[in-house]
Structure formats: structure tokens, C-alpha cells
Design a protein around this ligand. Structure first.
Ligand code: IPM
Ligand code: MG
Length: 409
């Protein structure tokens, strides 16, 4: 059986540095568990523009179509702000999404107790939060025609078009209902049916699809109300289904409820390929964070989680016999533990002053019997280690890292 193939696209800003950590995890799979991936790497975004004059070459696009999964870091940065729109770094990302037809973008927002203090909302509002946003990713105003800046009389007019076909809405809705069936069986669909015809169609199609999932409770909400409800009482939601633009905005809002945009992975999935697996691209939710790029401060957890969360799991699950599952279930969460402990790790963005101190500490091993609290970062009691450390007022960053890595996908 051939190895699953991954195309790594580090991109810009902190993308390359978080991807360096991902590479270590992939190496660990090979050396530590004899699970090999065929890894290739290419440029995207500003990095691709600098070398090739375009944010994504045709060769890279063709290669992305062939691999089992694409892992993307981040694109964009102030250096590229003045580029022509057609070659801006973001165009590379959008081309990947469109041409791979990655219509279902899964953006989880989970808040673990140990991180609840970092949210800008009260702890009781966010603690235990577990939402999944299903953002339609290949249509809507991001891609609708006509678009452009045109002359009209003696002034210019900027035009973008919100356009959705029934089938585009239907396939996104089905993905949301399928997700809900594996979760708490609730879908809230968000649009602006009060002012947009595309919203009316969205509501109609979603309602129709919902009839195929009688166990799932479907509700509809105007997207502006949805934004308000997300910060008022986010735990009322299970799966949120929404379009490309509203999904972009609402998913940033939901991610921030968890304390930081910087810790969450996302998956963009398309139609099944010949081998039955969906086309897939995995990304951290965070962007290129140019303000901290190159300083060794970027937290790679979102990106390594993107690898671990779905990419590695799905690929290994799909390509290995069932007997592999038990050992993998054990090893997947522990993959980066020693790495994170021993390698140079870095701060996250939300406590720069505190976290800029040297963070890495040896975890407990036979030769280093200290740190008993992280001997077993236990999935069942995920906060134990972190909270104990916090009570003692020390090692907060390390424990937070470990906590998030073990529990935060
Ligand atoms: C996102 C980003 C992208 C988007 C940008 C980088 C094109 O904000 O993935 O949320 O708007 O979709
Ligand atoms: Mg966004």
C-alpha cells in the first residue's frame, strides 16, 4: 500500500515557522511509529509571488489536485498590500479552494476550562464551549460574477455578487447535517433572508435538506443576530451552517470566544476522489501574523493540530488496516509531547510579555523524575496538570501548551 501523500505549503509570515514544527511531527510518525507520509513542499502566497510572480503556480495547483492532503500555513502580509489584486497572496489560497472544490470548511471553536480565562468573555459563558462552524467555501460573494471596479458616469463603482445555486447550498447543508448527526444533532443555519434573495434560497434549501435528517433539530437565524448570540450565549449552538462571507466573519468571532484565534485548526473538504476520500486541505485558523513572524514566538499548535486532528488521522485510518487503530489512538495524542517539551517552543500571541521568557522545560522522563504533573497529561482530566501548575504560579506556558496539545483539537 502506498504512503499517504501530503503537500506542505508553508506560505508567508509565521507559516514557515509553524510548518517546521509540523515537519517534526511528521518525522516522528516515521521514526517513532513507522508511519510514513510522502511529503512534498511548494510555495504559495507572497512567497510564491516573490519567486514566480504569481501566488500559486499551475504546477503547484496540479500537484495539490493529486495528493491525499494539502497542509497550508498562512498567506499574506503587509509587504504585499500594494500588489495588483490578481496576484495578491490571498488569490493563491482562493484558487486552491476553488479548483479543488473544497466546499465544506470545518472550523471548530472549542474552549477548554484551562483556557477559559483567556477569553474576553466571562468564564461561565465560554467554559466547555464546543461549536462547529460549517462555512461554505467555494461560492458566494467571494467568487460571484460580475465583480470588479467599473466606471459609472463620473465616478467608479465597486461590485461583488452574492450568488448561490441550489446544489451549492444543498451540498454544504448536507455536510452540516452529517456533522450534526455525529455531534449533538443541532444545526443553526445563518443567512440574511430578510434582505437577500440568496438568503431566502439558502433558507428554503436548508429546510428541504433538513427533512432528510429528522433527528437533527434545525433552526434559522439572521447572521447579524447569530453574531450577537455567539457573544451572548454561544453554548446554545452545536453546528452552525453558513455561507462563505458570513462564515469568514462568524468563525473569527467564534474562535475568539475560545481565548485565541491562534490555537484552532480547520479542515476544508471537497467531493470524494476516485479512492473514496474527500479532497482535503488543512490549515490553522490563524493568519500569517506578520507582527510576530520570524521571532520564534508563533505557537504551532493550530497547525500541528490541523495535521493531527484530521489530516493524519483520516489518512492513516483510511490507508491502514483496522488493527492499527488501537495503537494509533494512543500515539496520535502523544506525538508531539516530547517534541514540545524538549524542542525550543515559543509563546502564543496573547501573553507576549510573560511568555517571552524561555519556556521550554524538560518533561518527566526516567532521567528527569521531576515534573510529575505532566507525566500523564490525561485526556480524561485535561486540566489537571495545567491547573495544578497554575495554582503554584509557575510553568504556565508549558502546561498550557501541553494541555492544548493533548486536549485541544
Ligand atoms: C480565512 C481568511 C481568508 C478568507 C483570506 C486569507 C482569503 O480570512 O480563511 O478565514 O477570507 O477566507
Ligand atoms: Mg477569515
Amino acid at each position: 500500500m502506498s504512503n499517504p501523500s501530503i503537500l506542505i505549503l508553508p506560505g508567508d509570515g509565521i507559516g514557515p515557522e509553524v510548518m517546521t514544527e509540523v515537519r517534526k511531527v511528521i518525522t516522528w510518525f516515521g521514526e517513532g511509529r513507522d508511519i510514513q507520509f510522502d511529503v512534498s513542499e511548494a510555495l504559495v502566497g507572497g512567497a510564491a509571488y516573490d519567486k514566480h510572480g504569481v501566488p500559486l503556480t499551475d504546477e503547484t495547483m496540479a500537484h495539490a489536485q493529486e495528493v491525499d492532503a494539502v497542509l497550508l500555513g498562512a498567506v499574506g502580509g503587509p509587504a504585499y498590500d500594494d500588489l495588483d489584486f490578481s496576484v495578491k497572496p490571498e488569490r493563491g489560497l482562493l484558487r486552491l479552494r476553488k479548483e479543488m472544490d473544497l466546499y465544506a470548511n470545518l472550523r471548530p471553536a472549542q474552549c477548554f476550562d484551562a483556557l477559559a480565562d483567556f477569553s474576553s468573555l466571562k468564564k461561565e459563558i465560554v467554559s466547555g464551549l464546543d461549536i462547529m462552524i460549517l462555512r461554505e467555501l467555494t461560492s458566494g460573494v467571494y467568487f460571484g460574477e460580475p465583480r470588479g471596479i467599473f466606471e459609472e458616469g463620473n465616478e467608479r463603482v465597486g461590485i461583488n455578487t452574492q450568488r448561490y445555486t441550489e446544489s451549492e447550498i444543498e451540498r454544504a447543508a448536507r455536510s452540516a447535517f452529517e456533522l450534526a448527526m455525529r455531534r449533538n444533532k443541532k444545526v443553526c443555519s445563518m443567512e440574511k433572508a430578510n434582505v437577500m434573495e440568496s438568503g431566502i434560497l439558502w433558507r428554503e434549501v436548508t429546510t428541504r435538506v433538513g427533512k432528510d435528517y429528522p433527528e437533527v433539530e434545525l433552526s434559522h437565524m439572521y447572521a447579524d443576530n447569530g453574531a450577537m448570540q455567539l457573544v451572548r450565549a454561544p453554548k446554545q449552538f452545536d453546528v452552525i451552517l453558513t455561507d462563505n462571507l458570513f462564515g469568514d466573519i462568524l468563525s473569527d468571532c467564534a474562535a475568539m470566544l475560545t481565548g485565541s484565534l491562534g490555537m484552532l485548526p480547520s479542515a476544508s473538504l471537497g467531493a470524494p476522489m476516485a479512492n473514496g476520500r474527500p479532497k482535503a486541505m488543512y490549515e490553522p485558523v490563524h493568519g500569517s501574523a506578520p507582527d510576530i513572524a520570524g521571532q520564534g514566538k508563533a505557537n504551532p499548535i493550530a497547525c500541528t493540530s490541523a495535521l493531527r486532528w484530521r489530516c493524519a488521522t483520516a489518512l492513516i485510518w483510511a490507508t491502514r488496516p483496522p488493527a492499527w487503530k488501537a495503537p494509533l489512538r494512543k500515539c496520535l495524542p502523544t506525538v508531539p509531547a516530547r517534541r514540545i517539551c524538549w524542542e525550543k517552543t515559543a509563546s502564543t500571541r496573547f501573553r507576549p510579555a510573560k511568555w517571552a521568557t524561555p519556556l521550554w522545560q524538560p518533561c518527566r522522563t526516567a532521567s528527569n523524575p521531576r515534573r510529575p504533573e505532566i507525566k500523564r497529561p490525561c485526556l480524561k482530566r485535561p486540566c489537571a496538570g495545567f491547573c495544578r501548575a497554575r495554582e503554584r504560579g509557575r510553568q504556565r506556558p508549558l502546561f498550557l501548551w501541553l494541555h492544548t496539545f493533548f486536549c485541544g483539537s
